[in-house]
Design a protein around this ligand. Structure first.
Ligand code: ZN
Length: 301
C-alpha cells in the first residue's frame, strides 16, 4: 500500500490524513469534521465516513484499509468498545460497523498507542541509530496513558490494555479512580491530582502550569515540593515498566510530560526504584505535537 489512511476519532473532532509511504510519509491531504457526539453513535459513524469520502473526493485516491485512533479500545474478546471517555461508543462494535458502512478494512487502536507508533516512526525516535526494538510512549495530562511499540508495531496485548500504566496502583490508600481502584498512577501524577496535592499543602488553588512556573522561578517552595513529588512518583511508577519490558526509549508526552523537570530528572528519579545499578533508558520529548494521533492511526497497517 503506497498511501496510508489514518483517522483520529476524538471527542470533539474527526481528523483524517493520507500519507505517501514512497515519499517519506509526506502528507497528501488532511482534513477534519466535528464529531458532534451529542447527536449519537450513528452520527459519529457518518462523520468518520464523511472524512474518508471528502479525502477521496479531494485527492482521487481510493482507500482499501483505514487505521483509526479511538478514545478507548475495542476489546479483542467481545469486539466491543471499552475504556472510552466518549460514552456513546462504549459497548458498540465500532470496527465492524465502520467496515459495513464503508466497505473498507479497519484497524483501530487507542490514542496513546497511535502517539507511540507515530513518534517511533515519524517523530522523536525516527532518527535514532540503531533503531530501538522497544519504545514506550507516555501521555501525561488530565489522565495518564501509555503505548507500547515493538519493532515499529503497536503491541495491543491479550486484553488490548498493553501500556496502560496509568491504572497501576501506586498508592493503595489513595483517592478513588473511575476505574474502580484507589490511588492509580493517574490519581497521583496526572494534572488534576497534582493540582489537588498543591491545594492540600498550600490551601491555594493553582493550575499546574502556574505551579510549574512558580517552581521554575524559585519563588514558591510548595510549588517546588509539588514538582518534586511528581518527579519522584513518576520515577517509582515508570520503574515498574522498566523492570517489566525494559524499553530502550521512553517518550514523555502530554501537558504534564512537558514540565521540564520531568525530562531533566527522569533518569535520576527512576534510579532508586529500578532493578539495575544504572538507568540507561533514553527519555525523549515528542516531536509531532497534535499530529501524532492521526499519523499514528495511518501507521497502524
Ligand atoms: Zn484507575
Amino acid at each position: 500500500m503506497r498511501y496510508k489512511w489514518g483517522i483520529d476519532l476524538g471527542g470533539t473532532k474527526v481528523e483524517g490524513v493520507i500519507l505517501d509511504t514512497e515519499n517519506n510519509n509526506e502528507i497528501i491531504a488532511r482534513l477534519r469534521l466535528p464529531t458532534e457526539q451529542q447527536k449519537g453513535y450513528k452520527h459519529i459513524l457518518g462523520q468518520i465516513h464523511g472524512v474518508i469520502q471528502k479525502l477521496e473526493d479531494e485527492t482521487g485516491i481510493k482507500p482499501t484499509h483505514i487505521g483509526m485512533g479511538t478514545p478507548g479500545v475495542i476489546d479483542p474478546i467481545t469486539n466491543k468498545m471499552k475504556n472510552s471517555n466518549t460514552l456513546c461508543l462504549i459497548g458498540k462494535e465500532l470496527r465492524t460497523d465502520m467496515e459495513q458502512l464503508s466497505g473498507l478494512k479497519f484497524k483501530t487502536s487507542n490514542d496513546a498507542n497511535c502517539f507511540a507508533v507515530a513518534e517511533t516512526i515519524m517523530g522523536a525516535v525516527a532518527d535514532l541509530d540503531p533503531k530501538p526494538q522497544v519504545v514506550f510512549g507516555v501521555i501525561m495530562g488530565t489522565g495518564v496513558g501509555g503505548g507500547l511499540v515493538i519493532n515499529g508495531n503497536v503491541f495491543e496485548g491479550r486484553h488490548s490494555i498493553a501500556g496502560e500504566w496509568g491504572h497501576n496502583v501506586l498508592d493503595p490508600d489513595g483517592v478513588d479512580c473511575y476505574c474502580g481502584k484507589k490511588g492509580c498512577v493517574e490519581k497521583v501524577i496526572a494534572g488534576p491530582a497534582l493540582e489537588r496535592y498543591y491545594e492540600e499543602i498550600s490551601g491555594t488553588k493553582k493550575s499546574l502550569k502556574d505551579i510549574s512556573a512558580a517552581h521554575q522561578k524559585g519563588e514558591d517552595p510548595l510549588a517546588t515540593q509539588t514538582v518534586n513529588y511528581m518527579v519522584d512518583n513518576f520515577g517509582k511508577a515508570i520503574s515498574y515498566i522498566l523492570n517489566t519490558i525494559d524499553p530502550e526509549v521512553v517518550i514523555l508526552g502530554g501537558g504534564v510530560g512537558n514540565i521540564p523537570d520531568l525530562l531533566d530528572k527522569a533518569v535520576e528519579a527512576t534510579a532508586p526504584y529500578i532493578f539495575n545499578d544504572k538507568v540507561e533508558t533514553t527519555f525523549l520529548k515528542p516531536k509531532l505535537g497534535d499530529s501524532a494521533g492521526v499519523f499514528g492511526a495511518a501507521l497502524l497497517w
